[in-house]
Design a protein around this ligand. Structure first.
Ligand code: FAD
Length: 486
Protein backbone atom coordinates (compact mmCIF):
# COMPACT_ATOMS: atom_id res chain seq x y z
CA UNK A 1 0.00 0.00 0.00
CA UNK A 2 1.36 3.42 -0.92
CA UNK A 3 1.93 5.76 2.00
CA UNK A 4 1.55 9.50 2.47
CA UNK A 5 2.53 11.88 5.28
CA UNK A 6 0.72 15.06 6.30
CA UNK A 7 2.43 17.74 8.39
CA UNK A 8 -0.14 19.22 10.79
CA UNK A 9 -3.67 18.33 11.87
CA UNK A 10 -5.30 21.71 11.21
CA UNK A 11 -8.71 21.56 9.56
CA UNK A 12 -7.13 21.38 6.08
CA UNK A 13 -4.67 18.67 7.16
CA UNK A 14 -7.49 16.53 8.56
CA UNK A 15 -9.61 17.04 5.42
CA UNK A 16 -6.64 16.14 3.19
CA UNK A 17 -6.02 13.00 5.30
CA UNK A 18 -9.64 11.88 4.81
CA UNK A 19 -9.49 12.43 1.07
CA UNK A 20 -6.19 10.58 0.65
CA UNK A 21 -7.25 7.65 2.88
CA UNK A 22 -10.37 7.39 0.75
CA UNK A 23 -8.14 7.17 -2.34
CA UNK A 24 -6.55 4.07 -0.81
CA UNK A 25 -3.34 5.46 0.72
CA UNK A 26 -1.99 4.67 4.18
CA UNK A 27 -1.96 8.16 5.72
CA UNK A 28 0.02 9.29 8.74
CA UNK A 29 -0.44 12.78 10.20
CA UNK A 30 2.30 14.31 12.39
CA UNK A 31 0.96 17.06 14.67
CA UNK A 32 3.14 19.23 16.91
CA UNK A 33 0.35 19.83 19.45
CA UNK A 34 -1.26 17.27 21.75
CA UNK A 35 -4.65 17.82 20.04
CA UNK A 36 -6.11 18.05 16.50
CA UNK A 37 -7.72 21.12 14.89
CA UNK A 38 -4.97 23.78 15.10
CA UNK A 39 -6.77 27.12 15.33
CA UNK A 40 -10.09 25.28 15.41
CA UNK A 41 -9.81 23.88 18.94
CA UNK A 42 -11.43 24.50 22.36
CA UNK A 43 -10.58 24.70 26.06
CA UNK A 44 -12.22 25.18 29.46
CA UNK A 45 -11.66 27.70 32.25
CA UNK A 46 -13.38 26.65 35.47
CA UNK A 47 -17.02 26.05 34.55
CA UNK A 48 -16.74 27.93 31.23
CA UNK A 49 -16.08 26.29 27.82
CA UNK A 50 -14.57 28.30 24.97
CA UNK A 51 -13.94 27.78 21.28
CA UNK A 52 -10.38 29.06 20.95
CA UNK A 53 -10.48 30.43 17.39
CA UNK A 54 -13.17 30.61 14.71
CA UNK A 55 -16.73 31.43 15.72
CA UNK A 56 -18.38 32.13 12.37
CA UNK A 57 -19.37 29.07 10.39
CA UNK A 58 -20.43 29.37 6.75
CA UNK A 59 -20.83 26.82 3.95
CA UNK A 60 -21.28 23.73 6.16
CA UNK A 61 -21.88 21.62 3.05
CA UNK A 62 -18.08 21.46 2.60
CA UNK A 63 -17.91 19.55 5.91
CA UNK A 64 -20.86 17.32 4.99
CA UNK A 65 -19.19 16.56 1.67
CA UNK A 66 -16.37 14.71 3.47
CA UNK A 67 -18.83 12.40 5.25
CA UNK A 68 -20.66 11.73 1.99
CA UNK A 69 -17.33 10.98 0.30
CA UNK A 70 -16.76 8.24 2.88
CA UNK A 71 -20.29 6.86 2.48
CA UNK A 72 -21.46 8.16 5.87
CA UNK A 73 -24.48 10.22 6.87
CA UNK A 74 -23.09 13.49 8.31
CA UNK A 75 -26.17 13.92 10.54
CA UNK A 76 -25.05 10.90 12.57
CA UNK A 77 -21.78 12.62 13.45
CA UNK A 78 -22.01 16.37 12.95
CA UNK A 79 -25.04 18.62 13.32
CA UNK A 80 -25.60 22.31 12.92
CA UNK A 81 -28.44 24.76 12.60
CA UNK A 82 -28.94 27.86 10.51
CA UNK A 83 -28.99 31.06 12.52
CA UNK A 84 -32.05 33.33 12.39
CA UNK A 85 -29.86 36.26 13.40
CA UNK A 86 -26.33 36.38 11.99
CA UNK A 87 -25.15 39.17 14.29
CA UNK A 88 -26.28 42.19 16.34
CA UNK A 89 -24.55 45.52 15.67
CA UNK A 90 -24.10 48.45 18.03
CA UNK A 91 -22.82 51.94 17.26
CA UNK A 92 -21.66 54.56 19.76
CA UNK A 93 -24.48 56.94 18.69
CA UNK A 94 -27.08 54.43 19.92
CA UNK A 95 -27.93 53.00 16.48
CA UNK A 96 -28.43 49.23 16.47
CA UNK A 97 -28.98 46.78 13.63
CA UNK A 98 -30.01 43.15 13.65
CA UNK A 99 -28.59 41.19 10.72
CA UNK A 100 -31.42 38.72 10.16
CA UNK A 101 -30.61 35.53 8.26
CA UNK A 102 -33.77 35.98 6.19
CA UNK A 103 -32.96 38.36 3.35
CA UNK A 104 -36.33 40.17 3.20
CA UNK A 105 -36.32 40.64 6.97
CA UNK A 106 -32.77 42.01 6.80
CA UNK A 107 -33.68 44.44 3.99
CA UNK A 108 -36.67 45.63 6.05
CA UNK A 109 -34.45 46.13 9.13
CA UNK A 110 -31.91 48.18 7.13
CA UNK A 111 -34.69 50.38 5.74
CA UNK A 112 -36.21 50.87 9.21
CA UNK A 113 -33.01 51.44 11.20
CA UNK A 114 -30.67 53.05 8.66
CA UNK A 115 -33.15 54.58 6.23
CA UNK A 116 -31.68 52.88 3.13
CA UNK A 117 -34.34 51.69 0.68
CA UNK A 118 -34.54 47.90 0.31
CA UNK A 119 -34.22 48.22 -3.47
CA UNK A 120 -30.70 49.81 -3.19
CA UNK A 121 -29.41 47.11 -0.85
CA UNK A 122 -30.96 44.40 -2.99
CA UNK A 123 -29.23 45.81 -6.08
CA UNK A 124 -25.93 45.86 -4.18
CA UNK A 125 -26.35 42.23 -3.06
CA UNK A 126 -27.32 41.15 -6.60
CA UNK A 127 -24.05 42.68 -7.86
CA UNK A 128 -22.17 40.74 -5.16
CA UNK A 129 -23.87 37.53 -6.30
CA UNK A 130 -22.78 38.13 -9.90
CA UNK A 131 -19.17 38.48 -8.74
CA UNK A 132 -19.38 35.26 -6.74
CA UNK A 133 -20.99 33.32 -9.60
CA UNK A 134 -18.35 34.52 -12.03
CA UNK A 135 -15.36 33.71 -9.87
CA UNK A 136 -16.34 30.73 -7.70
CA UNK A 137 -15.10 28.12 -10.16
CA UNK A 138 -12.00 30.00 -11.13
CA UNK A 139 -10.71 31.13 -7.74
CA UNK A 140 -12.09 28.62 -5.26
CA UNK A 141 -12.51 25.26 -6.87
CA UNK A 142 -9.31 24.63 -8.78
CA UNK A 143 -5.63 25.38 -8.85
CA UNK A 144 -4.86 28.85 -10.21
CA UNK A 145 -1.46 27.52 -11.20
CA UNK A 146 -2.35 24.96 -13.87
CA UNK A 147 -2.69 25.94 -17.51
CA UNK A 148 -5.95 24.05 -17.97
CA UNK A 149 -7.63 26.42 -15.48
CA UNK A 150 -7.12 29.25 -17.96
CA UNK A 151 -8.44 27.32 -20.92
CA UNK A 152 -11.90 26.77 -19.48
CA UNK A 153 -15.15 28.47 -20.49
CA UNK A 154 -15.65 29.76 -16.90
CA UNK A 155 -12.30 31.55 -16.98
CA UNK A 156 -12.95 33.16 -20.33
CA UNK A 157 -16.38 34.28 -19.10
CA UNK A 158 -14.80 35.84 -16.00
CA UNK A 159 -12.13 37.60 -18.07
CA UNK A 160 -14.71 39.06 -20.46
CA UNK A 161 -16.72 40.39 -17.53
CA UNK A 162 -13.76 41.73 -15.56
CA UNK A 163 -15.54 45.08 -14.99
CA UNK A 164 -18.30 43.33 -13.04
CA UNK A 165 -15.67 42.37 -10.47
CA UNK A 166 -14.86 45.99 -9.52
CA UNK A 167 -11.22 45.22 -8.83
CA UNK A 168 -9.94 48.70 -9.57
CA UNK A 169 -11.60 50.35 -6.60
CA UNK A 170 -11.41 49.43 -2.91
CA UNK A 171 -14.24 47.71 -1.09
CA UNK A 172 -14.86 50.96 0.82
CA UNK A 173 -15.03 53.00 -2.40
CA UNK A 174 -17.56 50.58 -3.86
CA UNK A 175 -19.62 50.61 -0.67
CA UNK A 176 -19.58 54.40 -0.42
CA UNK A 177 -20.65 54.72 -4.06
CA UNK A 178 -23.48 52.18 -3.83
CA UNK A 179 -24.87 52.58 -0.29
CA UNK A 180 -26.21 55.81 1.12
CA UNK A 181 -25.66 55.38 4.85
CA UNK A 182 -22.25 55.63 6.58
CA UNK A 183 -23.45 52.97 9.06
CA UNK A 184 -24.31 50.60 6.22
CA UNK A 185 -20.95 51.29 4.53
CA UNK A 186 -19.24 50.39 7.81
CA UNK A 187 -21.40 47.29 8.15
CA UNK A 188 -20.45 46.02 4.68
CA UNK A 189 -16.81 47.14 5.04
CA UNK A 190 -16.52 44.74 7.96
CA UNK A 191 -16.59 41.77 5.61
CA UNK A 192 -12.98 42.56 4.65
CA UNK A 193 -12.01 41.27 8.09
CA UNK A 194 -13.34 37.82 7.17
CA UNK A 195 -10.02 37.23 5.47
CA UNK A 196 -7.98 39.61 7.60
CA UNK A 197 -7.87 42.49 5.11
CA UNK A 198 -8.55 46.22 5.16
CA UNK A 199 -11.70 47.52 3.42
CA UNK A 200 -9.69 50.59 2.40
CA UNK A 201 -7.23 48.44 0.43
CA UNK A 202 -8.90 45.18 -0.53
CA UNK A 203 -10.60 45.41 -3.96
CA UNK A 204 -14.34 45.74 -4.58
CA UNK A 205 -14.59 42.11 -5.67
CA UNK A 206 -14.66 41.29 -1.96
CA UNK A 207 -18.38 42.12 -1.80
CA UNK A 208 -18.73 38.48 -2.83
CA UNK A 209 -18.00 37.56 0.81
CA UNK A 210 -21.24 39.20 1.94
CA UNK A 211 -23.04 37.34 -0.79
CA UNK A 212 -21.84 34.11 0.81
CA UNK A 213 -23.22 35.15 4.18
CA UNK A 214 -26.53 36.58 2.95
CA UNK A 215 -27.15 33.81 0.43
CA UNK A 216 -25.96 30.67 2.22
CA UNK A 217 -26.48 31.91 5.77
CA UNK A 218 -24.47 31.41 8.95
CA UNK A 219 -24.59 28.31 11.11
CA UNK A 220 -23.91 27.08 14.64
CA UNK A 221 -22.49 23.59 15.06
CA UNK A 222 -24.05 21.55 17.85
CA UNK A 223 -21.46 21.26 20.63
CA UNK A 224 -19.47 24.29 19.46
CA UNK A 225 -17.14 25.11 16.57
CA UNK A 226 -14.69 22.51 17.81
CA UNK A 227 -17.11 19.83 16.59
CA UNK A 228 -16.09 20.69 13.02
CA UNK A 229 -12.50 19.58 13.59
CA UNK A 230 -13.39 16.91 16.16
CA UNK A 231 -16.00 15.15 14.00
CA UNK A 232 -13.66 15.21 10.97
CA UNK A 233 -10.81 13.93 13.14
CA UNK A 234 -13.02 10.96 14.18
CA UNK A 235 -14.02 10.42 10.53
CA UNK A 236 -10.35 10.37 9.51
CA UNK A 237 -9.59 7.76 12.17
CA UNK A 238 -12.49 5.62 10.92
CA UNK A 239 -10.86 5.83 7.47
CA UNK A 240 -7.69 4.38 8.97
CA UNK A 241 -5.65 7.61 9.21
CA UNK A 242 -2.95 7.40 11.91
CA UNK A 243 -2.40 10.56 13.96
CA UNK A 244 0.88 11.12 15.84
CA UNK A 245 0.50 13.93 18.41
CA UNK A 246 3.31 15.88 20.09
CA UNK A 247 5.39 15.08 17.01
CA UNK A 248 6.84 18.19 15.43
CA UNK A 249 8.16 17.65 11.90
CA UNK A 250 11.68 19.09 11.68
CA UNK A 251 12.35 18.70 7.98
CA UNK A 252 10.82 17.48 4.75
CA UNK A 253 13.16 14.95 3.11
CA UNK A 254 13.88 15.81 -0.51
CA UNK A 255 16.07 13.65 -2.74
CA UNK A 256 16.63 14.20 -6.45
CA UNK A 257 13.85 16.84 -6.50
CA UNK A 258 11.34 14.42 -4.98
CA UNK A 259 9.72 14.55 -1.51
CA UNK A 260 10.57 11.29 0.25
CA UNK A 261 9.18 11.76 3.76
CA UNK A 262 9.87 13.79 6.89
CA UNK A 263 12.22 13.92 9.85
CA UNK A 264 10.66 13.90 13.32
CA UNK A 265 12.79 13.91 16.49
CA UNK A 266 15.81 13.26 14.27
CA UNK A 267 14.29 10.09 12.82
CA UNK A 268 13.33 9.70 9.14
CA UNK A 269 9.82 8.58 8.14
CA UNK A 270 9.52 7.67 4.47
CA UNK A 271 6.49 8.09 2.23
CA UNK A 272 5.37 8.39 -1.40
CA UNK A 273 4.19 11.98 -0.97
CA UNK A 274 4.08 14.73 1.66
CA UNK A 275 1.37 17.35 2.19
CA UNK A 276 2.28 20.28 4.42
CA UNK A 277 -0.57 21.89 6.36
CA UNK A 278 1.97 24.06 8.18
CA UNK A 279 1.90 27.78 7.31
CA UNK A 280 3.81 28.17 4.02
CA UNK A 281 6.38 30.66 5.42
CA UNK A 282 7.77 28.36 8.16
CA UNK A 283 7.34 25.35 5.84
CA UNK A 284 10.06 26.91 3.68
CA UNK A 285 12.08 28.40 6.50
CA UNK A 286 12.15 25.39 8.81
CA UNK A 287 11.19 22.29 6.84
CA UNK A 288 12.84 23.11 3.49
CA UNK A 289 15.92 25.13 4.56
CA UNK A 290 17.89 24.22 1.42
CA UNK A 291 15.14 25.44 -0.90
CA UNK A 292 14.70 29.09 -1.77
CA UNK A 293 11.58 30.69 -0.36
CA UNK A 294 9.56 32.13 -3.27
CA UNK A 295 9.63 35.91 -3.47
CA UNK A 296 5.83 36.17 -3.01
CA UNK A 297 5.85 34.11 0.18
CA UNK A 298 8.68 36.24 1.60
CA UNK A 299 7.10 39.59 0.86
CA UNK A 300 3.33 38.99 0.97
CA UNK A 301 1.65 41.25 3.50
CA UNK A 302 0.24 39.16 6.36
CA UNK A 303 -3.43 39.29 7.24
CA UNK A 304 -4.53 40.88 10.50
CA UNK A 305 -4.19 39.02 13.77
CA UNK A 306 -6.20 39.45 16.96
CA UNK A 307 -6.13 39.79 20.70
CA UNK A 308 -8.79 37.63 22.28
CA UNK A 309 -10.07 37.92 25.84
CA UNK A 310 -11.86 34.77 26.98
CA UNK A 311 -13.99 35.96 29.87
CA UNK A 312 -16.17 33.96 32.24
CA UNK A 313 -18.81 36.61 33.04
CA UNK A 314 -20.77 36.35 36.29
CA UNK A 315 -23.93 37.83 34.76
CA UNK A 316 -26.33 37.22 31.88
CA UNK A 317 -26.97 39.85 29.21
CA UNK A 318 -30.47 39.39 27.72
CA UNK A 319 -29.99 42.27 25.26
CA UNK A 320 -27.15 40.42 23.50
CA UNK A 321 -27.22 37.58 21.00
CA UNK A 322 -24.74 34.84 20.12
CA UNK A 323 -22.68 37.20 17.91
CA UNK A 324 -22.38 40.93 18.62
CA UNK A 325 -20.29 43.74 17.15
CA UNK A 326 -19.60 47.02 18.91
CA UNK A 327 -18.35 49.29 16.15
CA UNK A 328 -15.51 51.76 16.34
CA UNK A 329 -16.49 55.38 15.69
CA UNK A 330 -13.36 55.81 13.59
CA UNK A 331 -13.24 52.71 11.44
CA UNK A 332 -10.77 54.15 8.93
CA UNK A 333 -8.18 54.90 11.63
CA UNK A 334 -8.66 51.41 13.00
CA UNK A 335 -7.46 49.84 9.74
CA UNK A 336 -4.72 52.42 9.28
CA UNK A 337 -3.43 51.40 12.70
CA UNK A 338 -3.64 47.69 11.92
CA UNK A 339 -2.08 47.69 8.45
CA UNK A 340 0.04 50.80 8.16
CA UNK A 341 1.18 51.60 11.65
CA UNK A 342 1.23 48.11 13.19
CA UNK A 343 -0.46 49.42 16.28
CA UNK A 344 -3.82 49.33 18.04
CA UNK A 345 -6.67 51.72 17.50
CA UNK A 346 -7.75 54.02 20.36
CA UNK A 347 -11.36 53.04 19.67
CA UNK A 348 -11.39 49.43 18.46
CA UNK A 349 -14.30 47.47 17.01
CA UNK A 350 -15.12 44.78 19.57
CA UNK A 351 -16.55 41.43 18.57
CA UNK A 352 -18.32 39.44 21.30
CA UNK A 353 -19.34 35.83 20.78
CA UNK A 354 -21.33 34.12 23.55
CA UNK A 355 -21.87 30.43 22.81
CA UNK A 356 -23.65 29.84 26.15
CA UNK A 357 -26.61 31.76 24.64
CA UNK A 358 -27.09 28.68 22.51
CA UNK A 359 -25.52 25.95 24.67
CA UNK A 360 -26.29 26.73 28.33
CA UNK A 361 -23.78 24.08 29.52
CA UNK A 362 -20.95 26.29 28.20
CA UNK A 363 -21.28 28.49 31.33
CA UNK A 364 -22.58 28.22 34.92
CA UNK A 365 -26.32 28.99 35.32
CA UNK A 366 -25.70 32.60 36.46
CA UNK A 367 -23.14 33.51 33.78
CA UNK A 368 -22.02 33.60 30.16
CA UNK A 369 -18.82 32.66 28.29
CA UNK A 370 -17.59 35.75 26.44
CA UNK A 371 -15.15 35.44 23.55
CA UNK A 372 -14.07 39.05 23.03
CA UNK A 373 -11.96 39.65 19.94
CA UNK A 374 -10.30 42.78 18.61
CA UNK A 375 -8.49 42.82 15.25
CA UNK A 376 -4.82 43.73 15.58
CA UNK A 377 -1.77 43.84 13.32
CA UNK A 378 0.29 40.70 12.92
CA UNK A 379 3.30 40.42 15.23
CA UNK A 380 6.05 42.80 14.09
CA UNK A 381 7.70 42.84 17.51
CA UNK A 382 5.27 45.13 19.32
CA UNK A 383 5.20 45.16 23.14
CA UNK A 384 2.16 42.88 23.39
CA UNK A 385 2.04 42.79 27.21
CA UNK A 386 1.66 46.58 27.36
CA UNK A 387 -0.69 46.72 24.34
CA UNK A 388 -2.93 44.00 25.78
CA UNK A 389 -3.32 45.81 29.09
CA UNK A 390 -4.07 49.08 27.26
CA UNK A 391 -6.57 47.33 24.98
CA UNK A 392 -8.33 45.60 27.87
CA UNK A 393 -9.01 48.98 29.49
CA UNK A 394 -10.31 50.41 26.18
CA UNK A 395 -12.58 47.42 25.58
CA UNK A 396 -14.00 47.50 29.10
CA UNK A 397 -14.59 51.26 28.85
CA UNK A 398 -16.39 50.82 25.52
CA UNK A 399 -18.60 47.96 26.75
CA UNK A 400 -19.36 49.80 30.02
CA UNK A 401 -20.43 52.81 27.97
CA UNK A 402 -22.63 50.99 25.45
CA UNK A 403 -24.15 48.39 27.76
CA UNK A 404 -24.17 50.55 30.89
CA UNK A 405 -22.63 47.92 33.22
CA UNK A 406 -19.40 47.80 35.23
CA UNK A 407 -17.64 45.01 33.38
CA UNK A 408 -14.43 44.79 35.36
CA UNK A 409 -16.32 43.54 38.43
CA UNK A 410 -18.03 40.76 36.44
CA UNK A 411 -15.03 38.94 34.96
CA UNK A 412 -14.51 35.85 37.13
CA UNK A 413 -12.32 33.84 34.72
CA UNK A 414 -9.86 35.17 32.15
CA UNK A 415 -7.51 33.85 29.51
CA UNK A 416 -5.89 36.03 26.85
CA UNK A 417 -4.48 35.16 23.44
CA UNK A 418 -2.14 37.50 21.57
CA UNK A 419 -0.54 37.31 18.08
CA UNK A 420 2.74 35.77 19.38
CA UNK A 421 0.72 33.07 21.17
CA UNK A 422 -1.23 32.32 17.98
CA UNK A 423 2.11 31.87 16.23
CA UNK A 424 3.48 29.71 19.04
CA UNK A 425 0.41 27.44 19.13
CA UNK A 426 -0.10 26.95 15.37
CA UNK A 427 3.16 28.13 13.70
CA UNK A 428 1.21 30.80 11.78
CA UNK A 429 3.79 33.28 10.53
CA UNK A 430 3.58 36.46 12.67
CA UNK A 431 0.36 35.14 14.24
CA UNK A 432 -1.75 36.11 11.19
CA UNK A 433 -5.23 34.57 11.32
CA UNK A 434 -5.64 34.01 7.57
CA UNK A 435 -2.16 33.69 6.02
CA UNK A 436 -1.54 36.54 3.58
CA UNK A 437 -3.96 39.48 3.44
CA UNK A 438 -6.07 40.17 0.37
CA UNK A 439 -5.16 43.86 0.33
CA UNK A 440 -3.43 43.51 -3.02
CA UNK A 441 -5.81 43.12 -5.97
CA UNK A 442 -3.55 40.35 -7.31
CA UNK A 443 -3.55 38.52 -3.94
CA UNK A 444 -5.43 35.50 -5.28
CA UNK A 445 -2.71 34.94 -7.88
CA UNK A 446 0.18 35.63 -5.50
CA UNK A 447 -0.81 32.98 -2.95
CA UNK A 448 1.39 29.89 -3.01
CA UNK A 449 0.09 27.01 -5.19
CA UNK A 450 -1.04 23.71 -3.66
CA UNK A 451 1.98 21.95 -5.18
CA UNK A 452 5.61 22.70 -5.95
CA UNK A 453 6.76 22.46 -9.54
CA UNK A 454 10.45 21.95 -8.64
CA UNK A 455 9.82 19.20 -6.03
CA UNK A 456 7.54 16.40 -7.12
CA UNK A 457 5.29 14.65 -4.57
CA UNK A 458 5.19 17.72 -2.33
CA UNK A 459 1.84 19.46 -1.78
CA UNK A 460 0.38 22.20 0.40
CA UNK A 461 -2.98 22.90 2.02
CA UNK A 462 -4.30 25.33 4.64
CA UNK A 463 -5.07 28.98 5.13
CA UNK A 464 -1.73 30.35 3.90
CA UNK A 465 -1.90 28.79 0.41
CA UNK A 466 -4.45 28.83 -2.42
CA UNK A 467 -7.38 29.62 -2.16
CA UNK A 468 -6.84 31.28 1.27
CA UNK A 469 -7.86 31.36 4.93
CA UNK A 470 -11.10 30.65 6.79
CA UNK A 471 -12.67 27.23 7.31
CA UNK A 472 -14.47 26.83 3.94
CA UNK A 473 -11.41 27.86 1.92
CA UNK A 474 -9.13 25.61 3.99
CA UNK A 475 -11.44 22.68 3.21
CA UNK A 476 -11.28 23.61 -0.48
CA UNK A 477 -7.47 23.85 -0.32
CA UNK A 478 -7.39 20.23 0.89
CA UNK A 479 -9.62 19.24 -2.02
CA UNK A 480 -7.45 21.05 -4.58
CA UNK A 481 -4.15 19.74 -3.10
CA UNK A 482 -5.31 16.11 -2.95
CA UNK A 483 -6.80 16.47 -6.43
CA UNK A 484 -3.20 16.82 -7.68
CA UNK A 485 -2.29 13.34 -6.38
CA UNK A 486 -3.56 10.42 -8.41
P1 FAD B 1 -4.06 25.60 11.35
O1 FAD B 1 -5.28 25.71 12.17
O2 FAD B 1 -3.18 26.79 11.23
O3 FAD B 1 -3.24 24.39 11.93
C1 FAD B 1 -1.96 24.01 11.47
C2 FAD B 1 -1.57 22.80 12.31
O4 FAD B 1 -0.28 22.37 11.88
C3 FAD B 1 -1.45 23.14 13.79
O5 FAD B 1 -2.16 22.19 14.53
C4 FAD B 1 0.04 23.08 14.06
O6 FAD B 1 0.35 22.65 15.38
C5 FAD B 1 0.48 22.06 13.03
N1 FAD B 1 1.89 22.19 12.68
C6 FAD B 1 2.52 23.31 12.25
N2 FAD B 1 3.82 23.05 12.02
C7 FAD B 1 4.00 21.75 12.31
C8 FAD B 1 5.14 20.89 12.27
N3 FAD B 1 6.35 21.33 11.89
N4 FAD B 1 4.98 19.59 12.64
C9 FAD B 1 3.76 19.12 13.01
N5 FAD B 1 2.66 19.89 13.09
C10 FAD B 1 2.78 21.19 12.72
N6 FAD B 1 -12.17 31.19 10.12
C11 FAD B 1 -13.49 31.13 9.83
O7 FAD B 1 -13.89 30.46 8.85
N7 FAD B 1 -14.41 31.76 10.63
C12 FAD B 1 -14.04 32.49 11.74
O8 FAD B 1 -14.87 33.03 12.47
C13 FAD B 1 -12.65 32.58 12.04
N8 FAD B 1 -12.23 33.27 13.14
C14 FAD B 1 -10.95 33.10 13.57
C15 FAD B 1 -10.59 33.60 14.83
C16 FAD B 1 -9.33 33.35 15.34
C17 FAD B 1 -8.96 33.87 16.69
C18 FAD B 1 -8.40 32.60 14.57
C19 FAD B 1 -7.03 32.27 15.14
C20 FAD B 1 -8.72 32.15 13.30
C21 FAD B 1 -10.00 32.38 12.79
N9 FAD B 1 -10.41 31.89 11.54
C22 FAD B 1 -11.73 31.87 11.20
C23 FAD B 1 -9.43 31.32 10.59
C24 FAD B 1 -9.41 29.79 10.64
O9 FAD B 1 -9.30 29.38 11.97
C25 FAD B 1 -8.21 29.27 9.88
O10 FAD B 1 -8.20 29.80 8.55
C26 FAD B 1 -8.16 27.76 9.78
O11 FAD B 1 -8.59 27.14 10.96
C27 FAD B 1 -6.72 27.37 9.46
O12 FAD B 1 -6.64 26.00 9.28
P2 FAD B 1 -5.34 25.32 8.69
O13 FAD B 1 -5.74 24.01 8.16
O14 FAD B 1 -4.64 26.26 7.77
O15 FAD B 1 -4.39 25.02 9.92
Amino acid sequence: MKKGIIVGAGIAGIAAAIRMAKKGYAVEVFEANAYPGGKLSAFSLGEYRFDAGPSLFTMPHFVDELFHLCGENPKEHFNYKKKDIACNYFWEDGTTLTAYGDKEQFLGEVEKKLGVPSASVKKYLDRAKRKYDLTENLFLRQSLHRLKTYLSFDTLKAIFQINTMEINRSLNQINEAQLQSPHLVQYFNRYATYNGSSPYQTPGIMTLVQHLESHYGTFVPKGGMVQISQSLFELAKRQGVRFQFNQKVEQILVEKKKAKGVIVHGKPHFSDWVISNMDIFPTYKKLLPKHKMPFNVKREERSSSAIIFYWGMAQKFPSLDLHNIFFSDDYQSEFKAIFQEHSLSDDPTVYVNITSKDVPEDAPSYGENWFVMVNTPADYGQDWAALTEQLKQRVIKKLNRILDVDFSSLIEEEEIMTPPQIQMKTQSHLGALYGASSNNKMAAFLRHPNFKTSISNLFFCGGSVHPGGGIPLCLLSAKIATGQIS
